[in-house]
Ligand binder design. Structure first.
Ligand code: GUN
Length: 282
C-alpha cells in the first residue's frame, strides 16, 4: 500500500488565500465576527479568523459583546451590521451563552442573507440544496472540506461518503454538497444502530460528531479518505473525532487535528466575504 497522504489544511488554505489576495486588494471587503461571552474555544477560533484576515490583507473587526446581553440587544446589533454599507459580511460565533441558545434560529434568520458569510441561513442553505451551480455563500466548514478534497485531487463522484454527525452547520449541508457532486452519501448519528457497520463502507469518511477519538481503526475501510472535523479541547490540547495514530495506519489519506479542516473553514469564510462583496457591487 502507498504511504498515507496527510491532507494539510494549512497548505491548501495558504494556496486559496494567496489566490484570493488580488481580489481582496481590489474589492476591499470587511468581515465582522460577533462574539457573545467568553467561550474559550470561540475565542481561539476567532483569533485565527482575524489573524488570517490580517495576513491576507482583508479588513476585519472582532465585536465582543457581554455574555449577559439580551436577545433584543443582540438582534439590534445584527440589525446595525445589516444596515452598515461598509460591512460586507458578519458572523455570530456559536455556541452562544445558555440563555440565547434556543434563539439561535431567530438570530440567524435576522442576518441579511447577502451578508451571511457563514452560510447558515435558510436562503443560502436553500441554494446549496438546489445544485452546486447555485452555491453562493455555502457553509464554511463543508465548503472547506470540498476545497480540501479538490486541492488534493480526490474525486468524490461515484464514491460512498459516510458522514458521522448531522449538525446544521457541518453534517447536513456537507451531505447535500457531496450528493451534488455525485457521491453516494450515508449520514449516521447518535441514534444510528451499528455505526461501525456504516463507517466501514465509507470510501470517504467524515467524522463531525464532537466526540474525541470516536473513530477507531476497526471502524475504517482500508484505503479510505478520512476527514476529521472534531475539535475537542482536552487539557488545553485540540483532539479530533478520529483516533489519528491508529487510523492513519489504514487510511489512504487523513486530515490532522489541528491543521486539517480548521484552516479550511477560515479560508472559506474569507472566500465567502469576497463573493459577498462581488454580489453587493453588482
Ligand atoms: N462554531 C463552530 N464553528 C463555527 C462556524 O463555522 N461559524 C460560527 N458562527 N460558529 C461556529
Amino acid at each position: 500500500m502507498s504511504p498515507t497522504l496527510l491532507l494539510s489544511g494549512r497548505e491548501a488554505s495558504d494556496k486559496i488565500l494567496v489566490d484570493l489576495k488580488p481580489k481582496i486588494a481590489k474589492l476591499d471587503p470587511k468581515l465582522v465576527v460577533v462574539q457573545v461571552g467568553n467561550d474559550p474555544g470561540s475565542s481561539s477560533y476567532i483569533k485565527q479568523k482575524i489573524k488570517s484576515c490580517t495576513e491576507v490583507g482583508m479588513r476585519s473587526e472582532h465585536c465582543h459583546l457581554p455574555s449577559t446581553i439580551s436577545l433584543a440587544d443582540l438582534l439590534s446589533k445584527v440589525g446595525e451590521l445589516n444596515a452598515d454599507p461598509d460591512i460586507t459580511g458578519f458572523i455570530v460565533q456559536l455556541p452562544l451563552p445558555e440563555h440565547l441558545q434556543s434563539h439561535v434560529p431567530e438570530i440567524i434568520r435576522a442576518i441579511d442573507p447577502k451578508k451571511d458569510v457563514d452560510g447558515f441561513g435558510a436562503y443560502n442553505l436553500g441554494k446549496v440544496f438546489l445544485s452546486k451551480e447555485f452555491e453562493h455563500l455555502p457553509p464554511a466548514t463543508p465548503a472547506g472540506i470540498i476545497m480540501l478534497l479538490e486541492h488534493y485531487k480526490i474525486s468524490v463522484a461515484g464514491k460512498h461518503a459516510v458522514i458521522v454527525g448531522r449538525s446544521n452547520i457541518v453534517g447536513k449541508p456537507l451531505a447535500v454538497m457531496l450528493l451534488n457532486r455525485d457521491a453516494t452519501v450515508t449520514v449516521c448519528h447518535s441514534k444510528t444502530k451499528n455505526i461501525a457497520g456504516c463507517t466501514l463502507q465509507g470510501d470517504i469518511l467524515v467524522a463531525a460528531l464532537g466526540k474525541p477519538k470516536f473513530i477507531t481503526k476497526d471502524m475504517v475501510k482500508p484505503g479510505a479518505v478520512v476527514i476529521d472535523v472534531g475539535m475537542s479541547r482536552i487539557d488545553g490540547k485540540l483532539i479530533g473525532d478520529v483516533d489519528f495514530e491508529t487510523v492513519q495506519e489504514i487510511a489512504s489519506a487523513i486530515t490532522p487535528v489541528p491543521g486539517g479542516v480548521g484552516p479550511m473553514t477560515v479560508a472559506s469564510l474569507i472566500k465567502n466575504c469576497v463573493h459577498a462583496k462581488e454580489r453587493q457591487n453588482r
